[in-house]
Design a protein around this ligand. Structure first.
Ligand SMILES: Cc1cc2nc3c(=O)[nH]c(=O)nc-3n(C[C@H](O)[C@H](O)[C@H](O)COP(=O)(O)OP(=O)(O)OC[C@H]3O[C@@H](n4cnc5c(N)ncnc54)[C@H](O)[C@@H]3O)c2cc1C
Length: 524
């Protein structure tokens, strides 16, 4: 196999030219190429006068052999393996365990993705929040109504496996080689449904609208005080839907994400060891997508082949880092609260990313020392800001907004300019600079001005800030040890955004990792 790097195509050239160019670079005849695969496609926009595509491809003069897979055999667990949560972590753990014949049982507090779409629509049209089924909770997890960005900083062979599974379950094929792949909110529900179907077809079970509300152990929880007791296992889980019932379990994957605050409380009350964790908070910033395209692609901004441009910015202008996060080209700002009397924002876009506005979180680092005492103090910190944002928005789930120019001058906004906020539940002007603790406001103000030096116009007067973005990651981590099990209970596996991942890809990969550890316990 020969890997050819840096093959360039202009925006007018067709991908059919790639094979010939690869052959030339490898100094072989194109006729001799029996295997050809695009490994990576990225946009090179460093020189605004010569924006082009750059490719990495693999070629070979023989067809690769299909590797022989020797199926691992496993003994049967005597009781169920339960997975709590059907976000990317839970779904990928479930898929892996189901394929190995374990028939896992998945417990999800929200509804199936079909019914979840109705619950989210009802919240938007009638302002009726379903606290168990919303943009955070329900089949597919937090990222189902998202841009479906699939980038990750985690460098692992599991990355490729996750992308291939997404494609096998209905995601667009180009995610396999795009430098910045995304699935889009319009494709995600179908992918999620197809993964569920495969788990069910292999004998797994999925309980929707069912919440884990308690655990029973054999009395052997190892607590913070280090009290060593015998056992240390979950024996059954207590669940609630229309009734309350027990399921006897042999292993439990805890893939509950970062927003299941009542569950964190329940785990804490049961003595499961956790620790506070740093996170970030801030706002969504919106610009016209046309402006972002122009600033990134210059004269090529209108070229359809390039699609909607993105950006990623960070600043160390103050002693608190400020950075953009989860940028959604051509997307909208969405209401992402899971609790009543709270406003939380996030972003999503469809696969085509063809909306008017570009949005991104612009957030400041929050340190554990900002929370105060207590393992769950970070949750109280988030809650207070979310409740303040609710009141600031008029106490009807409208969001508080401010123009960037006014935010920088600590001044109230009076009228929108070119950029209109896309938040679907309505926006109300509010001095957002007064919503956050002073030093965090100052850090974002300095950060925005600094970012404007790199992306000219980023801190333009008319750009809109919408509050408040608090669910960037979990403020608490459920502690696990080397074998990925909870340090308190040997058959409880904290997984994904409970402190071990930050995004769709890393959560899905963590689900696969945890499933592998559980499978190995039964290997024969
Ligand atoms: C609007 C939005 C857009 C996003 N966009 C992106 C993006 O483009 N790219 C990206 O990489 N990341 C994005 N994210 C973040 C990403 O979605 C999360 O990092 C990821 O989903 C975490 O996966 P997870 O499986 O660990 O947890 P989650 O996806 O949060 O899933 C946890 C699941 O557990 C369920 N649950 C919780 N408690 C219980 C309980 N007690 N009983 C039963 N079920 C329970 C919840 O209902 C939920 O479905 C976005 C998030 C949001 C909210």
């Amino acid at each position: 196999m020969i890997r050819i790097q840096n093959i360039k195509l202009s925006l007018d050239e067709d991908e059919s030219l790639l094979k010939g160019l690869a052959a030339k670079k490898a100094n072989i005849s194109m006729r001799d190429i029996k295997y050809f695969k695009i490994i990576k496609k990225s946009i090179d926009a460093r020189d605004k006068g010569n924006i082009h595509f750059s490719y990495i491809v693999d070629i070979d003069t023989v067809l690769p052999e299909t590797p022989k897979i020797i199926a691992q055999k496993y003994s049967r667990p005597q009781k169920r393996i339960a997975i709590i949560g059907t976000g990317p972590a839970g779904l990928f753990a479930g898929l892996s365990l189901a394929r190995a014949g374990f028939q896992p049982i998945l417990i999800e507090r929200g509804s199936s993705v079909e019914n979840r779409q109705k619950a989210v629509s009802q919240f938007i049209s009638e302002r009726l929040l379903n606290t168990s089924c919303n943009i955070q909770f329900g089949e597919g997890g937090a990222g189902t109504f998202s841009d479906g960005k699939l980038n990750t900083g985690v460098n692992s062979p599991l990355n490729k496996i996750v992308l291939e599974e997404f494609v096998a379950h209905g995601a667009p094929e180009e995610i396999l080689f795009q430098n910045k792949p995304h699935i889009g909110s319009d494709n995600l529900p179908n992918v999620v449904k197809n993964i569920r179907k495969e788990i069910l077809s292999l004998g797994g079970e999925v309980y929707f609208d069912t919440t884990l509300i308690g655990i029973k152990t054999d009395g052997g929880i190892k607590t913070d005080g280090g009290i060593k007791t015998d056992g240390g296992k979950i024996t059954s889980i207590l669940c609630e839907n229309e009734k309350i019932f027990d399921i006897e379990v042999e292993n439990v994957v805890l893939a509950i994400g970062h927003s299941s605050r009542d569950t964190f409380q329940m785990l804490f009350d049961n003595g499961i060891m956790m620790e506070q964790k740093d996170m970030a908070i801030g706002f969504r910033i919106e610009h016209k997508q046309k402006f972002i395209n122009k600033s990134q692609y210059g004269n090529f901004a209108e070229n359809k082949k390039l699609g909607a441009a993105d950006y990623k910015l960070s600043s160390q202008a103050s002693d608190r880092g400020v950075f953009t996060f989860c940028m959604c080209p051509g997307g909208t700002v969405v209401p992402a609260t899971s609790e009543p009397g709270a406003v939380v924002v996030n972003g999503m876009s469809n696969f085509k990313r063809d909306g008017e506005n570009a949005n991104s979180a612009v957030v400041v680092q929050v340190k554990k020392s900002d929370y105060g005492e207590g393992i769950l103090a970070g949750i109280d910190f988030q809650r207070k800001l979310e409740s303040d944002a609710y009141i600031a928005g008029g106490s009807d789930y409208s969001a508080p907004v401010q123009l960037v120019g006014d935010f920088l001058k600590n001044k109230e906004s009076k009228a929108f300019g070119e950029v209109k906020p896309s938040y679907s539940l309505g926006a109300k002007f509010y001095p957002l600079h007064a919503l956050l603790p002073k030093e965090m406001t100052l850090a974002i103000q300095l950060g925005l001005q600094d970012m404007d030096r790199r992306l000219k116009g980023f801190a333009m007067n008319d750009a809109v800030l919408t509050g408040i973005e608090t669910r960037t990651s979990s403020p608490v981590r459920v502690l696990r040890g080397e074998n990925l099990n909870s340090v308190s209970l040997s058959n409880l596996y904290p997984c994904g955004e409970v402190g071990y991942a930050g995004g769709i890809m890393s959560s899905a990969m963590d689900g696969l990792k945890v499933a592998q550890i559980i499978k190995e316990k039964y290997a024969i």
